[in-house]
Write a protein that binds this ligand. Structure first.
Ligand SMILES: Cc1ncc(COP(=O)(O)O)c(C=O)c1O
Length: 300
């Protein structure tokens, strides 16, 4: 795996050289997962370098912090500006962006309430996360965290221990990615992607109440699909619907739109990217290329 790298990291309002952007070993977040973060992409569009859904990502960043009672010592506008400034400072036209807020090294006890939050923004070039073709997935033997255990709507460091178990389960068994069920046995999402299913011309995606992240790509794809005239349903999906789906695909900032060709070695559709998936993917990619609609971007 290639290590991420650029020249500068934004840390608590200052630019620090990438190699000097370190934290102390007693940092609370390292021990207890007390961090929240975002994954965002900037594209080199026809209208210039632009961050896809910048405002929406920053809004979710603050919502994740609120759920975990974290006080971010900056405004949303300051974080948005810091993101575009970090891209410019690193001379990147296209990149992945990782804002991170974490409980720092002011104390080692479990209780995070009196520990301050430090904020950092990293950017680096990151290609396609799940590759360009259709992928093979497995239903994970690990369930997605149950409601009222970890808040699935928060993009928090600690939550991703659950995702890591599912990802390892998939990779060790020769699959590209996992689909996790919730503790009621219903379909939720991938380890880092939302899921869409197409059956008899209708598009389905699991409801937020089934323990999924409120994905920003998910919302964008829902909007695209509705504009294309498809019937779209957000509802509880039983596991076996995966096996009889006509098409399946993942969505996410890192993965963008990733078609699925098999689940548990059962072929989905004809085992290739399905026609509806392809149409939605083409439209999504054309938005990323053109930077239009402009309201969907924060221009650098
Ligand atoms: C668990 C999980 N689900 C879904 C997603 C997709 O969300 P988004 O489209 O906002 O990147 C991600 C990635 O952020 C994720 O980590």
């Amino acid at each position: 795996m290639e290590k991420p790298k650029s020249d500068f990291v934004w840390m608590n309002g200052k630019f620090i050289k990438w190699q000097d952007s370190n934290v102390h070993i007693t940092t609370h977040a390292l021990h207890y997962g007390s961090s929240i973060f975002e994954g965002i992409r900037c594209y080199n569009t026809k209208n210039g370098s632009a961050v896809f859904k910048l405002k929406e990502h920053v809004k979710r960043f603050f919502e994740s912090a609120k759920i975990y009672r974290m006080e971010i010592p900056y405004s949303k506008e300051e974080i948005q500006k810091a993101i575009t400034e970090t891209i410019k400072k690193n001379n990147l036209k296209e990149c992945y962006i990782r804002p991170l807020a974490y409980k720092n090294d002011e104390g080692m006890g479990l209780n995070p309430l009196n520990i301050c939050v430090d904020v950092a923004i990293m950017v680096w070039y990151w290609g396609s996360y799940l590759g360009d073709g259709a992928i093979d997935v497995k239903v994970s033997s690990w369930n997605r965290m149950a409601p009222n255990t970890f808040p699935a709507l928060a993009k928090a460091g600690g939550n991703y221990i659950n995702s890591q178990l599912a990802k390892m389960d998939a990779v060790i068994n020769g699959y590209d990615e996992a689909i996790m069920l919730n503790t009621n046995g219903f379909v939720t999402e991938g380890s880092g992607e939302n899921l869409f299913l197409i059956k008899d011309g209708t598009i389905y995606t699991p409801a937020l109440s089934d323990s999924v992240l409120k994905g920003i790509t998910r919302a964008s794809v829902m909007c695209i699909a509705k504009e294309m005239g498809y019937i779209l349903k957000e509802e509880t999906i039983p596991r076996e619907m995966l096996y009889i789906a006509d098409e399946l695909f993942f969505t996410g900032t890192a993965a963008e739109i990733a078609p699925i060709k098999s689940v548990d070695k059962i072929k989905i559709g004809n085992g290739k990217t399905g026609p509806v998936t392809q149409k939605i993917k083409d439209k999504f990619l054309s938005i990323l290329k053109t930077g239009e609609p402009k309201e969907w971007f924060g221009f650098v």
